[in-house]
Design a protein around this ligand. Sequence first.
Ligand SMILES: *Cc1c(COP(=O)(O)O)cnc(C)c1O
Length: 422
Amino acid sequence: MDHFDIIDGELHSEQVSLEAIAEEVGTPVYVYSAATLSRHARVMKEALASLDDPLVAYAVKANPNPAVLAILAREGLGADIVSIGEYRAARAAGMAPGDILFSGVGKTASEMAEALEGGLLQFNLESVQEAVTLSAVARDLGKTAPVALRINPDVEAGTHAKITTGTADNKFGLPIGDAMDAFAMLRGLPNIDVTGVTVHIGSQLTSLEPLETAFRALGGLIDELRRQDFALRLADLGGGLGVPYGPGQPEPPTPADYGAMVGRVTANWGLRLAFEPGRLISGNAGVLLTRVVRIKPGEHHPWLIVDAAMNDLMRPALYDAYHHIEVVRPGGGRMTVNVVGPVCESGDTFAMAREMDFAGEGELVVFRTAGAYGAAMSSGYNSRPITPEVLVDGDRWALVRQRLDLASAAALPLPEWLHGRH
Ligand SMILES: *Cc1c(COP(=O)(O)O)cnc(C)c1O
């Protein structure tokens, strides 16, 4: 459930008119609903309420806007981070060091050092080589680093290839068959404390089955580690639970069904559990608001050219992703169009042959479910400004990221020898 509804014939975010935001900030612009973010955080926590002290660590990469993080910190969420920039953002938003998990396949020594000094719950390591680096960093700092190894269970997640992370052909984690040897090597490294195990098999999963298969494999490994006297404390089950993207799209399991499955599978583990939801929290809490530039006739369908493009919302170009498109002031008419942006790439296509509410030149439309992996992935391609972001809370709203013009002369220094005309 979200808080984007038609009020008096016009789409609102909570009580705020999207037309008013477009008028003041311009388009394209991302709009987030604080009530929806809070609701999703609570739904996830309620789904896990039968577990003993679970940690819900929001995957910051889905939407790292400081205002979003501040709301989630107030809801008691921790952070799953993949760079030191995300570590700093999570800490600045008020997330406690003890609620932070550091994931990612390429952490550098300097990132490790800063996170270890600042404090965190656990490094989720992806190789023995990474552990060797971390061991040296920790020894230099006179600290002990809490670590888990990420296991690659070789499970097909049933999602898009580019967001599948748990098969043998993906760069992530250690093959589960190599895990016992790897844990034995970790035990021999100075300044390393083996505290956990972790798995994350992909994103936008719409079936519980691959997750359950991966968790059962992890359970088997936990048994073996116990027999070898590893004193594990945390099993981190990753993120990946899908969200509904709109009519005709796969319906993901509910968080409650997910929580029940986790409860069943992990009943005898005797470990604290951590979760890393990203999309589930922020996906349906945001829309990308854009204006129709013009309608160009086409061979099969007209081209609806909007002022948002692949640099603002990359998911359709990158993953062939579906975003539901709605008109801010629907008049009752329908049309079938190809929806595209102004960028000079054929991949700058949001939808082909989409049947949707009629929108004419100058009208506002939104891409729904754009709160995760939307603004976070935006770029300045085609010398377009980085998309601004707005946060709505009840009847008030605020700009939480300015429109950033990276192509401006101030942002791009010209070498002195290229000054002037020669
Ligand atoms: C991206 C990522 C997540 C979040 O995935 P969602 O599908 O957004 O829930 C969680 N954990 C790790 C390690 C990730 O890389």
